[in-house]
Design a protein around this ligand. Structure first.
Ligand SMILES: NC(=O)c1ccc[n+]([C@@H]2O[C@H](COP(=O)([O-])OP(=O)(O)OC[C@H]3O[C@@H](n4cnc5c(N)ncnc54)[C@H](OP(=O)(O)O)[C@@H]3O)[C@@H](O)[C@H]2O)c1
Length: 331
């Protein structure tokens, strides 16, 4: 398993570096070539058959708009729209998760840093929805990397929902490789189903991936119309990793400007939907999973209701033009 993933990563990085060399818009291929490869790798007996395997096994994840899920490289399905819970606490968080589950939403994003895992676990246990249908993402923070086993146990205890669907490292930081290895062990132990990273970009991934044994299933990064990550998104997807965007409306304090954006508002009017729905739909059509944050049950329902309209290629291009490189989070 370990060797297989390492080989898949090598071939994937090689193919991407070839693509980067051919495309004028891509990252400088010399950067990609600087990836250091694990010393444990043995040459494949038949390299050509290995690359064919890779093409079959590692292709960009495809969203299933019928089931509203995407198949992760870990073999588990992840819902493509859900709820973010940053800044929600106690009863507000409990009520928001309850509203999501009642409305048919099944993806909940939290983190040990948010301090609300207990409320989320309680809402899940109190709901009529079978645990197996719900997908919970949590994250461990860099300040916890010095004892990742304890951090993982802490998330499991606070959530108290049996297992964790997806655990991410919240940011790069000292000890992140060791923390990732602890998550790999927790996967082997059946405590976590899938693992991944958050706030990792091309250079960070190039350095990190050769040091791990289980490929990340998901990378979660800031993505919204003013910060689109037009190169990073396809780079991650071509590695067979699902991209999950956070702060789809720009994050708290930035949403009014984005909702009032002339281009977005005009597209929303044409489709008879809201600006929020246009932004979420734009993400989905780029293959980006979304978990908008909300404490308002009406907004939570609205944010799930993005499957009855489709943006045209021209509308997708118009939104692409809104890119400003305007990052709202500090990392
Ligand atoms: N990995 C990371 O480092 C990281 C960083 C930031 C966030 N995240 C995750 O991503 C999630 C989303 O990001 P975010 O919460 O920061 O920002 P966001 O989703 O861009 O925006 C949240 C804001 O949008 C409003 N809103 C939501 N739906 C709306 C709708 N349909 N109409 C009008 N307003 C609406 C919410 O207000 P109401 O409460 O009134 O609905 C809230 O003020 C977080 O909750 C968290 O789970 C991860």
């Amino acid at each position: 398993m370990k060797r297989k993933w390492t080989l898949i990563l090598i071939v994937a990085l090689f193919l991407i570096s070839c693509m980067a060399g051919c495309s004028t818009n891509s990252t400088d291929s010399s950067e990609l070539e600087s990836v250091s490869l694990s010393s444990e790798i043995e040459p494949a007996e038949d390299p050509s058959s290995e690359s064919q395997n890779f093409v079959e096994e590692v292709s960009a994840p495809v969203f299933d708009f019928e089931s509203r899920t995407v198949m992760l490289n870990s073999g588990y399905e992840m819902p493509i729209v859900g709820l973010g819970t940053y800044a929600l606490s106690d009863e507000e968080c409990y009520n928001s998760v309850t509203a999501l589950l009642e409305a048919g939403g099944r993806l909940i994003d939290t983190a040990s840093y948010y301090g609300n895992e207990e409320s989320i676990g309680r809402a899940i246990r109190d709901s009529d929805v079978p645990r197996e249908e719900i997908f919970v993402t949590t994250k461990i923070y860099p300040t916890e990397f010095d004892d990742p086993e304890e951090a993982i146990e802490g998330c499991l205890e606070r959530l108290d929902i049996g297992y964790i669907d997806l655990m991410l490292l919240h940011h790069p930081g000292t000890g992140d490789v060791e923390a990732y290895h602890a998550m790999e062990q927790a996967v082997d132990d059946g405590k976590i189903r899938s693992i991944g990273l958050s706030n990792w970009y091309i250079q960070e991934l190039e350095e990190f991936l050769p040091q791990v044994n289980i490929a990340p299933a998901v990378v979660q990064n800031e993505i919204h119309p003013y910060y689109q990550e037009q190169e990073v998104v396809p780079y991650i997807q071509e590695l067979g990793i699902v991209v999950n965007g956070y702060s789809p409306f720009g994050g708290r304090g930035h949403t009014s400007e984005m909702f009032a954006d002339e281009v977005i508002a005009a597209i929303a009017e044409d489709h008879g939907v809201t600006s929020a729905q246009v932004i979420l739909r734009w993400n989905l059509q780029r293959g980006v999973v979304v978990n908008p944050g909300s404490s308002n049950p009406e907004h939570i329902r609205e944010n799930l209701d993005v499957f009855d309209f489709e943006l045209t290629g021209e509308e997708m291009d118009q939104i692409a033009e809104l890119e400003r490189g305007e990052k709202h989070e500090w990392y």
